[in-house]
Design a protein around this ligand. Structure first.
Ligand code: HPA
Ligand code: ZN
Length: 337
């Protein structure tokens, strides 16, 4: 085991760009919130819930992930969940974080949009005040629902648009191609939001292309199936299109059988703008530094790869150019030591 390299990865300044905040709900907090809100869970204990985290594919995870999110009722619940994640991120030397949230999971249960966004946003503001951590919220549309429902959600979001930096697309990928959401993404673009979409996680590489061409996204979340299309890979490299890769997630959801088979280093060496992220850390076995430790242990990662990954995380972030330069200088100063 390369402890020196893992130590470098742990200490280096980094940004996280692919974290579903509902996926940071640890079983302990699920049980605490269930008790606070007098909700009866289907699992008798924290251990029984954790034992159910044996996923075979994306859908088997999503079923349990949406069930876990059902304990979130009040603004304070959303605050507590987000604050718990931000403390973990801060401990992992994450200086900037962009959080996905799934409003439709909550509004469908009668929780108001404002309750969700205000709770999450207040935690992010506190992290900025306390640690100078920067960040933003990216609202995701659930792709297993209709585009019409996405339009309704966008309407609900408009009073809170100042609290959000972007729009994403998540949930069940297969059978729900990006083009299903072309009109609503066009409207989001006109509203000035940054755009991202999950593509090429379980779905085919063609979904990466349509996310780029029809949704005009600025980053691809996951995107690892681009390996099936060399021409697309060349395009991603040429256009410096960031892929927010989530190593532990990909193993837990059986996108790759073993970390040793993960293609992230191949993609990085081919010149793609790869970043490392935790996706749903409470469900997939760890936060940012756990993901870095896992790739360093399994793959022939070298020091220059870590510097590139740290740089990419800030290059791909939706932040003002002057702040981006400040962060990149911090990365380079760290690696110059
Ligand atoms: N993929 C798609 N949807 C999701 C994920 C994911 O990894 N995590 C939470 N929602
Ligand atoms: Zn994701």
């Amino acid at each position: 085991m390369n402890t020196a390299l893992i130590d470098t990865a742990r200490k280096m300044p980094k940004a996280e760009l692919h974290i579903h905040i509902e996926g940071s709900l640890e079983p302990e907090l699920i049980f605490a919130l269930a008790q606070r809100n007098a909700i009866v869970l289907d699992y008798p204990s924290i251990e029984a819930l954790r034992a159910a985290y044996a996923f075979t594919d994306l859908q088997s995870f999503l079923d349990i992930y949406y069930a876990g999110a059902s304990v979130l009722q009040t603004e304070q619940d959303f605050y507590d969940m987000t604050w718990a994640y931000l403390q973990r991120a801060h401990a992992d030397n994450v200086l900037h974080t962009e959080l996905f949230f799934d409003p439709q999971t909550h509004t469908a249960r009668g929780v108001a949009f404002g309750v969700v966004v205000n709770g999450i946003h207040r935690a992010l503001s506190d992290a900025h005040e306390k640690w100078d951590m920067s960040g933003g919220l990216i609202m995701c549309f659930l792709r297993h629902l209709s585009e019409e429902e996405a339009f309704v959600t966008l309407e609900q979001a408009l009073p809170y648009r100042d609290k959000m930096i972007g729009i994403g697309l998540d949930s069940s990928e297969r059978g729900h191609p990006p083009e299903k959401f072309a009109r609503v993404f066009a409207q989001c673009r006109e509203l000035g939001f940054h755009l991202v979409a999950h593509a090429g996680e379980e779905g085919p590489s063609a979904y990466i292309e349509t996310a780029l061409d029809l949704l005009q996204v600025e980053r691809i979340d996951h995107g690892v199936r681009c390996i099936d299309d060399p021409v697309l890979m060349q395009r991603l490299a040429r256009e410096k299109m960031p892929l927010t890769v989530c190593p532990l997630s990909n193993i837990k959801l059986c996108v790759f059988e073993k970390m040793l088979q993960h293609n992230l280093l191949t993609l990085l060496d081919a010149g793609l703008t790869i970043t490392i992220n935790s996706d749903d850390p409470a469900y997939f076995g760890g936060y940012m530094n756990d993901n870095f430790a896992a790739i360093v242990e399994a793959l022939p990662v070298q020091r220059h790869h870590l510097q590139q990954l740290a740089r990419n995380s800030f290059t791909a972030a939706f932040i003002a150019p002057d702040i981006k330069q400040k962060y990149l200088a911090q990365v380079d100063a760290f690696f110059a030591r």
